[in-house]
Design a protein around this ligand. Structure first.
Ligand code: TXA
Ligand code: MG
Length: 315
């Protein structure tokens, strides 16, 4: 059920039910992080493997030292600059401070302070933090509207707090902050590498071997229909000449080169592209095409978040 009532959401979370919540990135499937039963409901609902850890979502007044052993200086700078906002930091866990179900049994924990005003209000009203993976069945496209969540689960009893369409459209940037002197970007998002470097005054280091890389499964973020990715319009065009199936084309040159095909002209601005990506993949999935064809952006700068997701969503 979609609702605007924050009170209903508070009540449900206190009763250990799961509630879909809006964030500035994508919708999350939230539960009380202090209840094993509530956390278990999230894994079951998403059909998510138990070794895939969850992000702890906290209010802006929370003190993370209760869960975290030490906060490196660069992480302090990042928190100051970007929280609340679309940045997740992975820290060494203070042993015993959180359920192993959240951390996938690892000695690290991912924490994020979301910026969406409704969810901030919700977190302020609760005396426990929330776990909140993206509100989609495991491996599928993340939801950026309340209606997407509703269609993803087909469960009328699931409470969905409607906070409008998500501003960023792709999941948060994740940084491994387990090492004292050097960090590593585990997942790209709308907070870019350049923005991170300009705050920390240091470039990312090599990945530490002990940190589990998130979302490193080869396939993730997948639409229902097969999605083929192309480096450029020429390669997409060449494929089209041999293809006998009905296609849906998402191209930076859709209007110029493929005006008679069903599809979507991709925005040539990285923020707009991220905002539209999952939204448009869902529209494409609902078309009567058999194959979805999409052009990749550059694997650099502000485009990296979308590039990374498409590589995993594609065949
Ligand atoms: O923007 C977001 O981060 C959204 C919204 C709802 O907040 N949440 C989200 O959660 O994307 P999820 O569960 O779909 O993705 C979380 C990623 C997973 O790839 C997981 O492996 C990684 O975070 N992760 C969680 N805990 C980790 C840890 N301790 N070490 C490394 N990666 C971790
Ligand atoms: Mg997800």
């Amino acid at each position: 059920m979609i609702t605007n009532s924050i009170d209903l959401a508070i009540k449900a979370l206190k009763q250990l039910d799961i509630v879909a919540i809006p964030t500035e990135t994508v919708y999350g499937l939230a539960a009380n992080a202090e209840s094993e039963d509530a956390i278990a409901k999230v894994y079951t609902k998403k059909n998510r493997p138990l070794n895939h850890p969850l992000i702890l979502h906290i209010g802006k007044n929370s003190n993370i030292e209760q869960w975290v052993n030490s906060i490196p200086d660069y992480a302090q700078l990042l928190i100051k600059q970007f929280w609340p906002g679309p940045l997740t930091l992975v820290f060494n866990l203070r042993p015993g401070s959180l359920s192993k179900t959240i951390t996938g049994g690892q000695s690290t924990v991912a924490i994020r302070c979301p910026a969406h005003p409704l969810t901030q209000q919700l977190l302020d009203a609760l005396d426990f933090p929330l776990v909140a993976p993206s509100a989609n069945p495991f491996g599928k496209v993340s939801p950026t509207t309340a209606e997407h969540v509703e269609t993803s689960f087909a469960d009328p009893s699931l409470l969905i707090l409607d906070g409008g369409r998500c501003k960023h459209g792709i999941e948060s940037t994740i940084i491994d902050a387990t090492a004292t002197d050097s960090y590593h970007i585990l997942r790209h998002g709308s907070i870019t590498e350049d923005a991170i470097i300009s705050v920390t005054n240091q470039a990312p280091g090599e990945p530490t071997t002990c940190t589990r890389a998130p979302g490193r499964l080869k396939h993730h973020y997948q639409p229902e229909k097969p999605l083929y990715c192309f480096e450029n319009t020429g390669k997409l065009s060449a494929f089209l000449k041999t293809c006998k199936q009905k296609v849906y084309i998402l191209s930076f040159n859709k209007n110029t080169y493929f005006p008679n095909f069903e599809g979507y002209q991709l925005p040539d601005n990285p923020k707009d592209l991220a905002y539209e990506l999952y939204f448009q993949l869902r529209i494409a999935d609902h078309s009567d095409a058999q194959l979805l064809l999409i052009e990749l952006p550059a694997n650099m700068g502000e485009w990296q978040g979308v590039y990374e997701r498409l590589i995993k969503a594609g065949k």
